[in-house]
Design a protein around this ligand. Sequence first.
Ligand SMILES: Cc1cc2nc3c(=O)[nH]c(=O)nc-3n(C[C@H](O)[C@H](O)[C@H](O)COP(=O)(O)OP(=O)(O)OC[C@H]3O[C@@H](n4cnc5c(N)ncnc54)[C@H](O)[C@@H]3O)c2cc1C
Length: 600
Amino acid sequence: MFFAEVIVRKSAIASLVYFLAMVLPERKSDPPGVYEKPFKEMYDYIVVGAGSAGSVVATRLSEDYDTSVLLLEAGMSDLEPDDVTQIPSLWGSLIGSEKDWGYHSVQQKYSHFAYENERAYIAQGKVLGGSSSINAQNIVRGSRNNYDQWEHEGAVSWGYDDVLPFFRKLENATDTSYGDSILRGLHGPINIKETTGSILQSFHQTAAKEIGFSTVDCNSDDPIGFCKNQMNVKDGKRCSTSTCYIRPALERHNLQVSLRSRVTKVLIRSNKAVGVEFIKDGKRRRIFAKHEVILSAGFISSAQILMLSGIGPRKHLQQMKIPLKVDLPVGQNLYDHLLFAVQYNITAPLNINNKKASEPDRILEYIFNREGKNEVEGIILQNVNPLYTRGPQIELQITNKAYEEGLVLDPYLAFKKEIVKEHLKRVDQNSFIVKMFLLQPRSKGHLRLSSKSPFSSPFIDPRYLSHPEDIEDFVRGIRLMRSLEQTKAWKSIGATLVRQDVPGHCSEKKFDSDNYWRCIGRHFLTTATHFIGTCRMGSVNDPSVVVDSRLRVIGIKNLRVADASVMRYIPSCHTNAPVMMIGEKAAHMIRLDRTHRYNI
Ligand SMILES: Cc1cc2nc3c(=O)[nH]c(=O)nc-3n(C[C@H](O)[C@H](O)[C@H](O)COP(=O)(O)OP(=O)(O)OC[C@H]3O[C@@H](n4cnc5c(N)ncnc54)[C@H](O)[C@@H]3O)c2cc1C
């Protein structure tokens, strides 16, 4: 992206911060040629996709100096042609950029009525670090029950006590108030920073206390309560799996990272994975794996690559005229969190908006101290529905930022144009966004190939709100959020909900009735881009499963999947930390299996 384009795409603040960041001497770039080493014919391991999980797997496997690892990534470096990925608050400007695959769901039947073409925009990182290089950097692990449920249903050794050591291994939580907790890690590559806290944030905290919530560590095993946002940020910059795992390992002689290398299928002989086929610089290549191929291409591509390789539902592959190798339910069990973003106007000028953030002292504060408004502040408040105890059910992320044109949520929240126009009229300069996440959706979707070509986007159908209980969760979430309006803290700043209904979109309903909110939910809820489940793990006797508990594809030797797609259910949290945990645990299992300490 060239500078002029950046100016057009981003808000005034973003452009200014970008410009100043670019002229600072400490700007990082990769050593020339580091991604262009000549290929060998064979490596011990080939990892497909350098995202949240794949970068972790490749980094850990290459810690064994006698093990050769090839990491193939379809996207570019996160530092090229600019390093906007490094500035935490500019994540929104990466959505829709060349570092985003930019998928869409199919038209939704039960939701998205306020969105263009009634479909969800699905951002996914196409860059070193994958979605960890473009995401919003919130770090939340989920609760004990989330993982205990995986184990209870047959995912052996994925209970909370089994996954905890890997959560601890990946993080360094010294920049938080919880460094002395036995649940937290202090020596891992991912630096976790607790946001510093603004005056507005302190009003949110007081309001949360008034409605009966206590401060907790949102990354503990029982995270009901509220906390300051924790983010994967180091020295004011994004700490992705690219910057904090792969880049420090790039000089290893036994690790080769190849960018712009798009894997099209796994090479399988006699039901054994022997290598991969991929396209780089317009040339089709084949490279072989002595031990294993590990697919970490994310919930869309890992499923797509498996199906293109003949591993998938029999009927679907027959329709696609792809010769079947193993009949497995690839692409099923797709789950995602739903997100509702709403605005509160306030009477006091306590929030950040574009104008305030453009003030020179604030920009210099970030440039020189790597602190301040360029980290996303806010608190996270998590609640549970007592009827349903898989884990926290509602998350309110209460920020200090106003929704304005050019702010982070476009095109993520691609409402129909007339709706955006109307909403912008209602929003004051002094305002803040609340994001509500529905953390335990029951609606289940699926993903299917649209053609035999590896370059065609699959059909992605999350079937949002197809389960009737999900919309009731939303109404419960609204009641929780609106109870904050009754607190002294929010009253003292005049927090007033900005209504979203417009003619044709719920304005005919009686305001604040349950039916009004059900309507608003079906029109305005959208993806939180926390997709999981298309290559589900579990017991080999479970017909919904694609990989076993050691992440091995059932019926094919030497092939594993390690990324968001293997999760059984979606945990009650943002998914980046759980995916990195999966990367850590996968690498651990692969290394152990190789030394035959397990009976496999
Ligand atoms: C916009 C956005 C905001 C988010 N915000 C947060 C947040 O604040 N906190 C949080 O916890 N989670 C967040 N998430 C979710 C989280 O980032 C993801 O769940 C997680 O990164 C998924 O990891 P993964 O390894 O499964 O896939 P990815 O990280 O997406 O990695 C897949 C990699 O494979 C590559 N690839 C794909 N196909 C091929 C191919 N054919 N050949 C070679 N390479 C290929 C991709 O380019 C990519 O680099 C967000 C996600 C998005 C998109």
